[in-house]
Design a protein around this ligand. Structure first.
Ligand code: NAP
Length: 317
């Protein structure tokens, strides 16, 4: 299986490339080279601040005949400041213009947290803070309003599929009460230290595809000082042993643990060798015992919890 069939009938590649923390200066070349390497899925977001440059990379690849638009699967995300129904179409159009695209293959609500609107002409991306420094202002847009605005942009053709991210089971069940159709995708932090198996099982039951982010656990958070001094999964004894037994790299083992269980992955690398290694991670099988040994590392440890970090927002964590 190299792709997952979404509830829209569209195919989402099982392995893609994450675009968070890809520096603006390198983004166009990184995306262009990733397409050359064989990547077809790119996972972007307004919040990553590099959509124009990523779009330049895609445009160059199409112009050079490396790929056709319809062969690509471009994901982007709606930021927290734009949850009000009038801002959802405004932002999807802006983000499509940044990417130089007519439609996204998948558009997600980035976090189930609505914060005060910041005019993109004033500051973009706005991040978490209303004044760029310290003030978080909550906004009372209910998730239902945002989801229904997402349905409207899908109907208008701006996104082929729509979905959610950083949502837990209770909210997912609530969405189903008013959604015309279940979200196509749930994107969550998912790695051996945070397997979220009940949520994974619920999505399977509901026909919602899962994309895992931060598949290598703490590695992505070291540079942000948010790794909680957690031992690397890439160097863990369990991973090392399976890596030796399979002849695959620790990164390939961690990615395969997810994809073999039907979960898509979007590892981010700025390094050409690791980029190729991550893409070529689906041509082997882990045994049931190996899958279990990795799953048994679960300690429910979440690294990406911005709602819990801000003193103002921590009451919602
Ligand atoms: P990740 O892919 O788990 O890890 C990235 C880190 O691993 C980087 O430090 C990278 O370094 C290193 N790395 C990559 N491939 C490697 C390999 N083969 N061997 C050794 N090290 C390797 O983390 P992530 O960026 O947090 O998550 C992936 C993507 O998920 C993001 O880029 C973003 O698109 C998405 N995401 C979404 C959300 C959300 O809220 N929805 C949150 C976080 C992330 P080098 O670059 O130097 O190779």
């Amino acid at each position: 299986m190299s792709a997952i069939k979404l509830n829209t009938g569209l195919l989402m590649p099982l392995v893609g490339k994450g675009l968070w923390k890809v520096p603006r200066a390198d983004a166009a070349d990184t995306v262009y080279n990733a397409i050359k390497t064989g990547y077809r899925l790119f996972d972007g977001a307004g919040d990553y601040g590099n959509e124009k440059e990523c779009g330049d990379g895609v445009a160059r690849a199409i112009k050079d005949g490396l790929v056709k638009r319809e062969e690509l699967f471009i994901t982007s995300k709606l930021w927290n400041t734009f949850h009000a129904k009038e801002h959802v179409p405004q932002l999807v159009k802006k983000q499509l213009a940044d990417w130089q695209l007519e439609y996204f293959d998948l558009f997600l609500i980035h976090f189930p947290v609505s914060i005060a609107y910041v005019d993109p002409a004033v500051r973009y991306p706005p991040e978490w803070f209303v004044d760029g420094v310290s003030k978080v202002q909550l906004q009372n847009t209910p998730y239902q309003e945002t989801w229904q605005a997402m349905e409207a942009i899908q109907e208008a053709g701006y996104a082929k599929s729509i979905g959610v991210s950083n949502v837990q089971g209770a909210l997912l069940l609530d969405i189903l009460k008013y959604a015309k159709k279940a979200p196509s995708v749930l994107q969550i932090e998912h790695h051996p230290y945070l397997t979220q198996q009940p949520l994974v099982d619920l999505c399977k039951e509901l026909g919602i595809a899962i994309t895992a982010y931060s598949s290598f656990g703490p590695t992505s958070f070291v540079e942000l000082g948010m790794d909680k001094n957690t031992p690397s999964l890439l160097k863990h004894d369990v991973t090392a042993e399976i890596s030796k037994a399979t002849g695959k790299t620790p990164a390939q083992v961690l990615l395969r643990w997810a994809t073999q269980r039907g979960i898509a992955v979007i590892p981010k690398s700025n390094d050409p060798n690791r980029l190729a290694q991550n893409l070529n991670s689906t041509d082997f099988e882990l045994s049931t015992e190996q899958l279990k040994a990795i799953s048994d590392l679960n300690i429910g440890l979440r690294f990406n919890n911005p709602v819990g970090v801000s003193p103002l927002l921590s009451i919602f964590a």
